[in-house]
Design a protein around this ligand. Structure first.
Ligand code: TXE
Length: 480
């Protein structure tokens, strides 16, 4: 990879500069240096991308290709991605300090996003509703139109493909705007779509900042669907903007996941997942298990093991195979996480391990804190870093209340060997996903999304179909 690579927009199958010629710097947060430049999209570039997608939808072959051919084209893209796994992973590792092994895993999941949704639309069945009136009604799922997808920096390729794959599989055309912090892998994906023979305009990549580039997409009357993953505050802006032209939105926003460990849990398993849940990707995961609740009878023992496991994580260069944990994704994000660490100290939190690395890097070490007041900002707000707040509890009712006492509701985890308790507690947790004795396990057929400040709508399997199509009811007279 050259020192100063350039990531343009991909519009109409051409990689182009912004009309203004403006670019922005792309950082390598581990080395704390600029390693590339990207095109700085403005409203006029967004218009170009949208009109390319509009034309491709209204006049181009993609929506009319038929489900088998479309699936074939998407599998071709997936094949190319597989062949370029190392390049795609290297981009995310360089761009946001994700350990290379984790970035490689993300590429595999991204490939699977395409394969799954290609097959899901190819093999889907509609419904038939027999009626007592001598009619039946059947459903049809036609493409919705032009999809604007806006993705974040924590899983640059994975989150983008989670949106692009169902959008294009269902016959829509798409404009993806990756985060300004991580334009690299998604731009390479756009190049691969050209190589895979996608018709022009099916997958456009618009680089640039949330404002003006992202806002120009969400506000465009030529956009029929908006799918967004990012902060809850930006989610509100995106929804308001889409509302001006009544485009349905799917919003996957922040989280403050509760991780509950009951006294009868398999402690080795619970410790393993507690570490993964808050320290994988340096905690920059909306699903992070950032609030840990441990039964008082095992509290000290669990903390001892949890702290020991956290301290064993090898911190370092994302490209070193031994590295499990690296720096935060940007200076801006590092500053945000540090401000919460300061706030936790001020609020009287007891630091069991971790804190800022203090070596000039943008590393915050795996941090575990207890004794934080339940109304303090680090306890209540999404930090999106390697910062775990621990509390003890005595009863099931108490911990359900504690877990649900948040504006967020993306996910929760619970660890117990008591089957009845597992079912009972899972059904009472206010969250889009509950994991029992595990974490991160995903089947793409299942609903994914959150309640409250964690989002609007669900994606996955048929839930993605509902969002990315315009379901139609056709009523047939069958008897006269
Ligand atoms: O998010 P933004 P940021 C949380 C996490 C993080 C915080 C801030 O707590 O610390 O958000 O991160 C685009 N119209 N999450 O500032 O602003 C933007 O360019 C249209 C949780 O990165 O939400 C980027 O592509 N688009 C999260 C994307 O939105 C706009 C993942 C996300 O940026 C826009 C990321 C606008 N007006 C951050 N403003 C998760 N749920 O996983 C910004 N964008």
């Amino acid at each position: 990879m050259s020192e100063q690579e350039f990531f343009g927009h991909i519009i109409d199958n051409e990689e182009v500069e912004s009309l203004s010629g403006e670019r922005f710097e792309v950082w390598n947060p581990w080395k704390r240096e600029v390693w590339a430049e990207a095109a700085e999209g403005a409203a006029q570039d967004a218009e170009r991308a949208v009109s390319s997608a509009r034309k491709a939808f209204d006049e181009g072959p993609w929506p009319r290709l038929g489900r088998v051919e479309r699936a074939r084209a998407i599998h071709r893209l997936a094949d190319l991605m597989e062949a370029r796994t190392d390049d795609l992973a290297r981009m995310d590792s360089t761009n946001m300090a994700k350990p290379f092994e984790q970035a490689t895993h993300d590429v595999a999941r991204s490939v699977w996003n395409f394969r799954f949704f290609a097959d899901h639309q190819r093999d889907h069945v509609g419904e038939v509703y027999p009626m007592d009136t001598g009619h039946h009604t059947y459903s049809e799922y036609g493409p919705a139109g032009v999809v604007a997808a806006i993705s974040p920096w924590n899983f640059p390729l994975m989150m983008a493909t989670w949106k692009i794959a169902p959008a294009i599989a269902w016959g829509n055309t798409c404009i993806i705007k990756p985060s300004e912090d991580t334009p690299a892998s998604v731009t390479l994906l756009g190049r691969l779509a050209v190589e895979a023979g996608f018709p022009p305009g099916v997958l456009n990549v618009l680089n640039g900042h949330g404002f003006p580039a992202g806002a120009a997409l969400t506000g465009s009357y030529d956009v029929d669907r908006v799918t967004f993953t990012g902060s809850s505050i930006t989610g509100r802006t995106v929804m308001a903007s889409a509302a001006t032209h009544l485009a349905p939105v799917s919003l996957e926003l922040g989280g403050k996941g509760a991780n509950i460990v009951f006294a009868d849990a398999d402690l080795d398993n619970a410790v393993y997942w507690a570490v993964e849940a808050i320290f994988r990707n340096a905690g920059q995961i909306c699903l992070a298990g950032s609030r840990l609740f441990v039964h008082s009878s095992i509290y000290e023992e669990f903390l001892r093991r949890f702290v020991a496991a956290a301290e064993k994580l090898t911190v370092g260069d994302p490209f070193d195979p031994a590295t499990r944990f690296s720096s935060l994704a940007s200076k801006r994000h590092f500053d945000k996480v540090v401000s919460y660490i300061d706030a936790a100290r001020e609020a009287g939190g007891r630091f069991l391990t971790g804190g800022v690395a203090d070596d000039g890097s943008w590393v915050v070490r795996p941090t575990i804190v207890d004794n934080l007041p339940l109304d303090s900002a680090p306890y209540c707000e999404e930090i999106f870093g390697p910062f775990c707040v621990v509390n003890s509890f005595d009863t099931e009712e108490e911990v359900i209340h504690l877990a649900n006492d948040t504006r967020y509701g993306l996910n929760a985890m619970l660890f117990t060997e008591n089957l009845s308790r597992a079912h009972r507690v899972a059904s009472q947790l206010r969250a889009g996903t509950v994991w029992v004795n595990c974490f991160f396990i995903r089947d793409l057929r299942t609903p994914f999304g959150g309640v409250g400040d964690s989002g609007v709508g669900r994606e996955g399997g048929n839930f993605s179909r509902e969002f990315f199509t315009e379901p139609k009811a056709v009523v047939m007279q069958i008897a006269r």
